[in-house]
Design a protein around this ligand. Structure first.
Ligand SMILES: Cc1ncc(COP(=O)(O)O)c(C=O)c1O
Length: 399
């Protein structure tokens, strides 16, 4: 890989493997384990991760766009690929041509598939139980049953819903519990199809794990059936629940750069566009070649800290498109700057010395969520794979 600027996202495949194994151990009998690799695998590199996940025994992968599924197929991914976004007539043809599995969300989509299908097409059917985004209303279940029962072109394999407030799934009276009960009720109607159901995102899965540890009550909606799993954030190493310590997840991505140059500022001088930060003492400023065009949110200007030589140092001045600046005075004071030449900087994740800065913390400062911190990492930031399978990735796929 050509890299003239040492700014990159380090993707630790050992950590990904660990997170998958946590799931596989906790849910040995699950009917469906479908890691979500949409949005470039939450910024981690979809082709590389999909291929690696296959080696871990993963047989289903979730994407949003047909385009994302095509990319995986074109790079030789064999796993069943579920397309969640919905599709038009042309999209239906592509999905079938590339042997992907449509998650059907509207009546038109059933028409499109029937028109395009030559043999029976396996589908998952999505019900809207409260997200109010995509899917059929539970009241439409009987009509759908009639349309799909003994249908020669379409074979129903699973029912789907999406939790819109998965963080409350522990609570048997919560919003998620209501959604799970609603899908379970629909699934009873569809029992002659021999289907399974999937509904649990990371928050739902972790809630189920938490309750299992405490003894899951038989009448809890999470125990109503053997729910299939669609983990996203969790496999990338983060737990969105308030309770954190019951599960050991390992963050997969570390966003790194290095110091390009240092500036010595006199009292009263300012840094970057708009001069929003003024030196109140003689200061040493490190210039780091990563900016908002690489996905480091500009709103973090004068807000966040980053890891520099094992210490957290403040980011000062406005973040530029290609650069940001750090006040490293406290770390380098009294020392020869030659010792800090090309010093590694960790924007989030693990520094080479094992220090860690969480993107969860940055997400709060940036008024966003961990998902956005990860998926924002820009296209021009190379992904560098480390860990056991990095050799496999480099040889088989490149990169
Ligand atoms: C349909 C669907 N299922 C599962 C997920 C995974 O969610 P999470 O990253 O919270 O686990 C997503 C992500 O947005 C989704 O859209």
């Amino acid at each position: 890989m050509e890299m003239y600027r040492r700014t990159f996202a380090e993707i630790n495949l050992d950590h990904l493997q660990h997170n998958i194994q946590v799931l596989q151990r906790s849910f040995p009998q699950v009917p469906f384990l479908c890691p979500m690799v949409k949005a470039n695998a939450y910024g981690h590199g979809d082709v590389q991760l999909a291929r690696f996940l296959e080696t871990l025994g993963i047989r289903h992968l979730g994407v949003c766009l047909i385009e994302e599924g095509l990319l995986l197929r074109n790079f030789g991914v064999k796993a069943e690929i579920l397309v969640f976004r919905g599709f038009d007539r042309e999209g239906a043809e592509k999905i079938l041509q590339y042997n992907m599995t449509p998650v059907v969300t509207s009546w038109e989509q059933i028409d499109y598939l029937e028109a395009a299908a030559t043999g029976p097409v396996g589908i998952h059917l999505k019900f809207d139980t409260g997200m109010n985004r995509l899917g059929f209303r539970p009241e439409e279940a009987q009509k759908l049953f009639d349309r799909l029962w003994q249908n020669k072109k379409i074979r129903l394999k699973a029912l789907v819903t999406h939790l819109f407030n998965g963080e409350d799934a522990v609570d048997p009276q919560g919003l998620s519990a209501g959604q799970l009960r609603a899908l379970h009720k629909v699934s009873e109607l569809f029992r002659p199809f021999e289907i399974f159901c999937h509904a649990l995102n990371s928050a739902g899965i972790l809630s189920a794990m938490l309750l299992k540890d405490q003894g899951l009550p038989a009448d809890h909606p999470l125990a109503l059936q053997n729910w299939g799993l669609r983990p996203g954030l969790l496999i990338y190493g983060y737990n969105p629940l308030v309770q954190k310590n019951f599960v050991d997840l390992k963050p997969v991505m570390s966003l790194k750069s290095h110091v390009a140059t240092y500036r010595h500022l006199r009292v009263g001088e300012t840094v970057s566009y708009g001069g929003t930060w003024t030196a109140k003492r003689e200061s040493v400023i490190a210039v780091v070649p990563i900016g908002y065009a690489d996905g480091y949110h500009r709103i973090l200007s004068n807000q966040s800290s980053v890891l520099f030589a094992g210490r957290k140092v403040p980011l000062v001045g406005n973040i530029c498109m290609d650069y940001l600046m750090l006040d490293v005075t406290d770390v380098v004071q009294g020392q020869d700057l030659k010792g800090f030449k090309d010093q590694e900087v960790t924007l989030f994740g693990y520094g080479s010395d094992g220090t860690f800065l969480s993107p969860e913390e940055l997400a709060v400062q940036a008024h966003t969520i961990t998902w956005e911190m990860l998926t924002s990492v820009g296209e021009r930031v190379p992904r560098v794979y480390t860990g056991v399978a990095s050799g496999f990735i480099a040889e088989e796929i490149g990169g």
